[in-house]
Structure formats: structure tokens, C-alpha cells
Design a protein around this ligand. Structure first.
Ligand SMILES: [Zn+2]
Length: 299
């Protein structure tokens, strides 16, 4: 029975093809440029959210977005002034955050990431729940400044603190904190308004995702005034992040109880344990049945 549901997810992924679909969408997407604070902007619509810091040390980007969004992203970056592109941080290896690495490196960016992110990008890396295997990047597209736990950059008048999470969405997610501006990028540990994807193939899990959210909420540097940039969805704040945490815990507990009763994956999906949350969270990419499947795997 479980195999049937899995097979259905695979064929869904093949027919609509999540990876090609996202690439196609980004090719024609209209991007939104939102000023966040000081010299920080967020560009939405090119894949994962892209945070941009401008200034005399050159533009710094958190995330590269999808390569198909290059023309629109170039126009958006140009609208933020003439500082050259100099720095790029990959918060994790997923294609909607790193696909643009090659052209951004050619444009002048040094790429920073956790060392496992470089390893995933250097090899054939499969995401089972996307039914997709990514090819190794060419050397120019790989991060060249890598670290294990943390790295601090001082650029454009900001202290930029990169910190590794315990395994959450993948095994090498980073947060990026612009200290003086009080802007905190939490990567794909937070999908604001949507059920998150969780990549079990490279070390992610529902409980890791919940723990990362708890770490964000408990972080003494994160206050009610902090601007929090999610990997996907609107720029938000601590209150909204707490709401997301509540949703994750409620669904995790429901699915865990069903699994403990001996329900199969298919029976658990049929019981619709996400129903109370679907109207708010279940309308993008990770639809309710897939999210139930992702939670069931980890409880
Ligand atoms: Zn991701």
C-alpha cells in the first residue's frame, strides 16, 4: 500500500516534473524586489528567496536562484545600483538556491557555503522525493570558501554571521545574520505560508526541521524587531515563525500517533492529518499528501 502512494508521488513528479517545472516557471516569472532594511533587499520569484546587500565591497547575494531567471534577476540586480556582483552565499545545495552559481561566478562572485554543500554540488546528488538526480557542477560553479560550523564576513558595513544548523531541511543548511541591520535569513528551515519540502536524501527530517525552527525562535539575536527572511514565501517576523512551528508540531504529532497505531503510509495519507491546516499552508509545491508522506518518513 505504501508503495502505491510512493509510486503515485513519483509519477506526479514525472508528469509535472517538479524540477523542470520550477525551471520553466522561473524563466517567465516576474520578480519582486522588496527593500528590507538599510542596504538590504529581497528578490522574490527566481526560485528560493534571494537577499542582496549592496555597498562599496560589491553586491553580496544570499542564494543564486534558478539559472533560467538570469535575465530577470540581472535586471533586478541592476535596479539596485552599479556595485559589481562580488559575493554569493549558498545556504544549502538545492537547485532553486544554487542553479545560478555558474553565471554569478562568471559575473564576479566568490561563492561561500558549508563544506557538505560543496560536496553535494560536486557529485551526482539525488533527491528521492523529487525523483531527480542532479549532475555535478563544473568547478567554476562550486563554492570556493567553505567551512564546517561558522564563518563571519565583514562587508559593506555589516557583520555577516553564517552559522550551520544541525541537520534540518538538508544536512548542511546555513543561517545568515546581518547583525547591524537585524535581518536574519533562515534558508529553507522556514517556508512562510507553505508546507516545507524536507530532503531526507541529504540528511533532512521533520524533527530536524522542527528543532531548527526552535533554535531560530530561541536565538537571543532574534527579537520581535528582527526581519526574518524565509527560503520561500513572504519576508516575515518571529510571530509568523512561531505560527509555522505550531503547525509543524501539530501535524508531526498527529502523523506520529497514526503511525504508532500501525497505520500504513496510505492509510495515514487517507486520514488527512493535515486537514485543519491545508487552507493556510497547503497551496504551493508541497501539497498536503506529499507533506504527510514527508512527515510519516521521519516519525
Ligand atoms: Zn531547499
Amino acid at each position: 500500500m505504501a508503495a502505491t502512494v510512493l509510486a503515485q508521488h513519483r509519477s506526479d513528479a514525472e508528469e509535472s516534473g517538479i524540477v523542470p517545472r520550477m525551471r520553466n516557471e522561473a524563466a517567465t516569472a516576474k520578480l519582486t524586489v522588496q527593500r528590507v532594511r538599510d542596504h538590504l533587499h529581497v528578490i522574490l520569484g527566481a526560485g528560493g528567496n534571494i537577499t542582496v546587500l549592496t555597498g562599496p565591497d560589491g553586491k553580496l547575494l544570499v542564494e543564486a536562484g534558478l539559472a533560467t531567471a538570469r535575465p530577470a534577476l540581472t535586471a533586478s540586480l541592476d535596479s539596485l545600483g552599479t556595485d559589481p556582483i562580488k559575493h554569493l552565499i549558498n545556504t544549502h545545495w538545492h537547485f532553486d538556491h544554487s542553479d545560478g552559481n555558474a553565471w554569478l561566478h562568471d559575473a564576479g562572485a566568490t561563492i561561500y557555503a558549508q563544506e557538505k554543500t560543496r560536496r553535494y554540488l560536486s557529485a551526482f546528488s539525488q533527491v528521492v522525493d523529487w525523483d531527480y538526480t542532479f549532475k555535478p557542477f563544473l568547478p567554476g560553479a562550486l563554492p570556493t570558501v567553505v567551512f564546517d560550523q561558522n564563518l563571519t564576513l565583514y562587508l559593506n558595513g555589516q557583520t555577516i554571521a553564517l552559522n550551520r544548523y544541525e541537520p534540518a531541511h538538508t544536512s548542511s543548511d546555513l543561517s545568515v545574520h546581518f547583525v547591524e541591520a537585524d535581518v536574519f535569513c533562515v534558508a529553507d528551515t522556514w517556508w512562510n505560508g507553505f508546507y516545507p519540502f524536507i530532503d531526507y536524501s541529504t540528511g533532512g527530517s521533520i524533527n530536524g526541521t522542527i528543532r531548527a525552527t526552535e533554535a531560530n525562535l530561541a536565538n537571543p539575536k532574534v527579537s520581535d524587531a528582527t526581519v526574518i527572511v524565509p527560503g520561500h514565501g513572504a519576508v516575515g517576523n518571529k510571530g509568523q515563525l512561531a505560527e509555522y512551528h505550531g503547525m509543524l508540531v501539530a501535524i508531526r504529532d498527529k502523523v506520529a500517533a497514526l503511525k504508532k497505531q500501525g497505520r500504513s503510509l496510505q492509510e495515514t495519507v487517507a486520514a488527512k492529518p493535515t486537514a485543519a491546516h491545508d487552507a493556510k499552508w497547503g497551496n504551493y509545491l508541497v501539497l498536503p499528501d506529499l507533506f504527510t508522506h514527508l512527515v510519516y518518513k521521519g516519525v
